[in-house]
Design a protein around this ligand. Structure first.
Ligand code: PGA
Length: 251
């Protein structure tokens, strides 16, 4: 089993004052945690604040998206090197809330994945199926094809320095998390899919689970063989709940 990784995804929440409180609480509660890495992915404008507050702690920070381009006339976009300027080390790629609302294609997501890696950021690639796809029993096919876009373009070795987060769309923000067996079975599929091309990359790949993780279900999820941690939305906005999740990972 890997050292666990817990990533907070604040989404579009917070302001300077509330972030200060939340980050102060994170630092108090989480700095001495052993066996677990903690990352907080903040909205772009607060990267500087995260950097100022977290730079001498064990908590890392990152962003929730990045541009697929390196530099140029792309109004409103933020490049990988800009994230690096603020000490970001991780970036979430292809979150379903973006893929649906902003029509991100798998090809776009693959390009962003490489942008992140080429600039020394660790991509956290989100994959997952809709409820209809799960009910139709095609969830592995869906997740497999999301991974294929990257494997076919860049090879499977790129997963050696990446994180994949399995996020069933029906579980995000619904309070209805996948069961630990459902999650484990998909995580095992993801690892074996990468292993079929590159065993070393599959072995070192961290696979997180995301979708209504809370301190209670985290205990069951994080003991599973192929679940290396979590990507946490709602519960990351509450320091106590987030601490509970991180402690479950540290056990
Ligand atoms: P949630 O969000 O924990 O609020 O379900 C998870 C995510 O979208 O990453």
């Amino acid at each position: 089993m890997h050292r666990k990784l817990v990533v907070a995804n604040w989404k579009m929440h917070g302001n300077l004052a509330s972030n200060k409180q939340l980050l102060t609480a994170y630092i108090e509660k989480l700095s001495h945690l052993k066996n677990t890495d903690v990352v907080v992915c903040v909205p772009y404008p607060y990267l500087a604040q995260a950097q100022a507050m977290l730079q001498n702690t064990h908590i890392a920070w990152g962003a929730q998206n990045l541009s697929k381009d390196t530099v140029g006339a792309f109004t409103g976009e933020v490049s990988a090197s800009m994230l690096k300027d603020f000490g970001a080390t991780y970036v979430i790629i292809g979150h379903s809330e973006r893929a649906t609302a902003y029509c991100e294609s798998d090809e776009n997501i693959a390009t962003k994945f490489m942008q992140a890696q080429q600039h020394g950021l660790t991509p956290i690639l989100c994959v997952g199926e809709t409820l209809i796809e799960r009910e139709a029993g095609v969830m592995q096919m869906v997740v497999g094809s999301q991974l294929d876009t990257i494997i076919n373009t860049y090879g499977a070795a790129v997963f050696a320095n990446a994180v994949v987060s399995y996020e069933p769309i029906w579980a995000i923000g619904t309070g209805l998390a996948a069961s630990s067996d459902q999650a484990q079975s998909m995580h095992e599929f993801i690892r074996s899919k990468v292993a079929a091309y590159d065993l070393a990359a599959a072995t070192s790949l961290k696979i997180l689970y995301g979708g209504s993780v809370n301190p209670q279900n985290a205990v069951q999820l994080f003991v599973m063989q192929d679940i290396d941690g979590g990507l946490v939305g709602k519960c990351s906005l509450n320091a106590q709940e987030f601490e509970g999740i991180c402690r479950a990972a540290a056990q």
